[in-house]
Ligand binder design. Structure first.
Ligand code: SF4
Length: 315
């Protein structure tokens, strides 16, 4: 069986930074450190940080006063920040800089007196965080039909922002519906969307032209991993979301000559290797990586955890 790995796949710069923040906080302040919500949507990542002394909570009321508390990569509502301040928590914010950029852009639109439309999935922590950082009501739309139902007059100035795990391709139809409905609608430059989401989706589209079956390594609650699986299915290829090699069902790949593997932005490469091992247990595999974009984006750590500036040598 041939196995072709998507390029790029797996961890994005925002996830690498968030995990690094928890690990450095554990080293700098000692365990336990508290993390609000799963730092990234991956059980293996969460379990490995738990083993090092991180404690994951859904509500700040579970955090003892003055404890070191990390906000996840998805971002948090302003009210959560204020509650942390009231409780005297020592907060380190691991919100991905690209999510913060969406928050800032959304607030600029609101200051310009535009009604704000957020394209995203109801209930996703990033969407909840973004809504909670805007001081006025936000209109959430998930489909083109939702745009039709918006109770806003067509000549009202509106603006939209999107959840970062949706790509240009995901939102194209909804944006077209907004442009058809409103006379004055603006949105961010497409270059501002999350590079990792777009690159992983473009890569999987190319990969689907080469393979008979697609395996997406990622958690079932990972939005971007689910989208990768949907792209595979839309391409007409049997596509499966798989947390690790233990979930591989032999019948998925029976008779397949070429199996494609990609991984969501919160899935570590060790899990891709684990899935390859599970395939290899079924028979010989010939592994290659497709030609694709090489990413070199890195985000800075918060100043409290960054490396100290190197000392200048003295004569
Ligand atoms: S997927 Fe994009 S927005 Fe989300 S954490 Fe990664 S880099 Fe940031």
């Amino acid at each position: 069986m041939r196995v072709i790995l998507a390029q790029p796949r797996g961890f994005c710069a925002g996830v690498v930074r968030a995990i690094e923040i928890v690990e450095r906080a554990l080293k700098t302040f000692g365990p336990p450190v508290y993390v609000r919500h799963e730092i990234v949507h991956n059980r293996h990542v969460v379990e490995s940080l738990k083993a090092k002394g991180a404690r994951f909570v859904e509500d700040l009321s579970e955090v003892p006063a003055r404890a070191v508390t990390i906000f996840s990569a998805h971002g948090v509502a302003r009210a959560v920040e204020e509650e942390a301040k009231r409780r005297g928590l020592n907060v380190i914010d691991a919100t991905c800089p690209l999510v913060s950029k969406v928050h800032n852009q959304a607030n600029r639109y609101v200051r310009d007196a535009r009604q704000l439309i957020l394209i995203g999935h109801a209930g996703h922590p990033e969407v909840e965080g973004t809504k909670g950082r805007i001081p006025v009501p936000v209109h959430l739309v998930q489909t083109e039909e939702d745009v039709e139902k918006l109770d806003i007059s067509p000549d009202t100035p509106v603006a939209y922002v999107t959840q970062t795990t949706l790509s240009v391709d995901d939102t194209r139809g909804i944006i077209a519906a907004l442009e058809a409905k409103f006379t004055d609608v603006i949105g961010p430059d497409t270059r501002d969307i999350c590079y990792a989401t777009q690159n992983r989706q473009s890569a999987v589209r190319d990969l689907c032209k080469l393979v008979d079956v697609l395996l997406v390594v990622g958690a079932s609650n990972s939005s971007n991993s689910n989208r990768l699986k949907e792209i595979g299915a839309d391409s007409g290829i049997p596509s499966y979301l798989i947390a690790d090699g233990t979930e591989l069902k032999p019948e998925w790949v029976r008779g397949a000559k070429v199996v494609g593997i990609t991984a969501g932005a919160s899935a570590p490469e060790t899990l891709v290797e684990n899935v390859i091992d599970a395939l290899a247990a079924l028979g010989p595999v010939d592994i290659s990586t497709m030609a694709g974009r090489i990413e070199d984006i890195e985000f800075k750590l918060p100043p409290s955890l960054a490396d100290p500036a190197p000392k200048l040598a003295t004569a």
